[in-house]
Design a protein around this ligand. Sequence first.
Ligand SMILES: Cc1cc2nc3c(=O)[nH]c(=O)nc-3n(C[C@H](O)[C@H](O)[C@H](O)COP(=O)(O)OP(=O)(O)OC[C@H]3O[C@@H](n4cnc5c(N)ncnc54)[C@H](O)[C@@H]3O)c2cc1C
Ligand code: SF4
Length: 490
Amino acid sequence: MANKISRIEAREQDPKTRARNFEEVSFGFTPQEAASEASRCLQCKNRPCVASCPVSVRIPEFIAQVRAEDFAGAAATIALDSLFPSICGRVCPQESQCEGSCVLGIKGQPVNIGKLERFVGDWALAAEVSGPAAIPLAPDPAATPPTTGAAEAAPTTTLPARNGHRVAVVGSGPAGLTCAADLARLGYEVSVFEALHRPGGVLVYGIPEFRLPKERIVAREIAKIVALGVHIETDVVIGRTLTVDQLLDDEGFSAVFVGSGAGLPFFMGIPGENLNGVVSANEFLTRANLMGAFEPCSDTPIFVGTRTVVVGGGNVAMDAVRTAKRLGSQASIVYRRSAEELPARAEEIHHAREEGIDFQLLTNPVEVLGDESGWVRAVRCVRMELGAPDASGRRSPVPVPDSEFEIPCECVIMALGTSPNPLIASTTSGLDTNRRGCLVASPEGATSRSGVFAGGDAVTGAATVILAMGAGRRAAQAIHEYVSSHSFSS
Ligand SMILES: Cc1cc2nc3c(=O)[nH]c(=O)nc-3n(C[C@H](O)[C@H](O)[C@H](O)COP(=O)(O)OP(=O)(O)OC[C@H]3O[C@@H](n4cnc5c(N)ncnc54)[C@H](O)[C@@H]3O)c2cc1C
Ligand code: SF4
């Protein structure tokens, strides 16, 4: 019986070694490991794993192709629904999506779908079959899923003729890049405007190298999109260099997609947050990832003390605390709820624990304490306990009386969440936002302003890579319908 084989886990760097370097933690599967893990899949007729994938990757089909060692066919199958298998295989929360629904998980261990997807993506990048030739044109959601064999799954290799219409995309994160790629495949001339000097959004400035290699993976995935004819212009801040109104009225774009993310960090509003040594996780990670501050030759400074406290319990907090550890600091997580409520991916929490991160759970900072020079010397915290459930259904943390104590440290990193930057909404006429500062958009991405579409974190607030990709894909289709039904001179 196929499912009698134990789940195969990918080999990883030794925790003590990797806690001192920025190289990738997981080595991924070998072809033999991939084929063997693929043989565990039961090829369920009702496909619960597909139903739990936000972009409905044809999981049993690509796994069957991996099992048959038809890796090119598997890459082509995934490409029907997802542009970035090497990225999603590394960062998607599989335990709450595809693997969380895998029937093998009911009585045992689910198929390692994430590592299989990563294997296929990396295989395609290495084999250089993932350029435009490997990306099917005009994805058709109603298309019959391919079965096995490269021939059946082989995508169209010719790019469509230009249709004479131009679309502008604001932001080069997963939402913007997916929208741009789909529009390019539909024949649009697409220009992506990115505020930073490198494209990729959080994939390059937020998620660290040890989880998602920048040159080996992200840059090569983005190259696939450039190969489709998408033009990416960096160092352009929409709302400052040019406005959305100018893109539509003066620059000749028929529509604009806003995928500007949620990069504005929250702070706690407690005394001492202005001391030297307190930073947002976004700033800390941007210095490390985008500016390469962890390299000794980098011009960008980065500060960690002998002890660093990271406040928060999500993926961003785990990335910041593990980066601080790699920079030589003793590093602690301070989180006000218990281990069960930690919102970070299970794999990241597991890796952080293995690397020696200290977890101060049911603990909340009430003040950052400074020395006479204005630098952080400690965080005063209070212990918490869980009370009655709040509106979200989670038990709310309440302070334990007389439980205050200090954690000595020189650096405090706030990883409490982010919201969209208000720049685009405040410089674009007729663009509605909600109470959280997110752009208001329909599920297809239409905003309150005709011709302006939006998706990803800019609409949902901080979410996930795969949800941003799904939003970019739906918006591309809506933009195509909008442009096709309006008379623009081309
Ligand atoms: C540290 C960290 C770790 C994460 N880990 C995970 C994870 O493990 N798994 C997961 O699924 N998700 C993770 N996420 C969340 C995920 O990365 C985001 O949900 C996703 O990147 C959102 O995509 P997006 O395209 O909407 O926005 P972004 O990726 O934020 O991209 C937006 C882009 O728009 C640009 N921009 C903003 N304003 C302007 C402007 N005015 N003009 C021009 N350009 C502009 C920005 O510079 C940025 O490049 C993490 C997030 C962070 C911060
Ligand atoms: S639910 Fe699990 S076993 Fe069933 S098809 Fe999906 S991956 Fe295979």
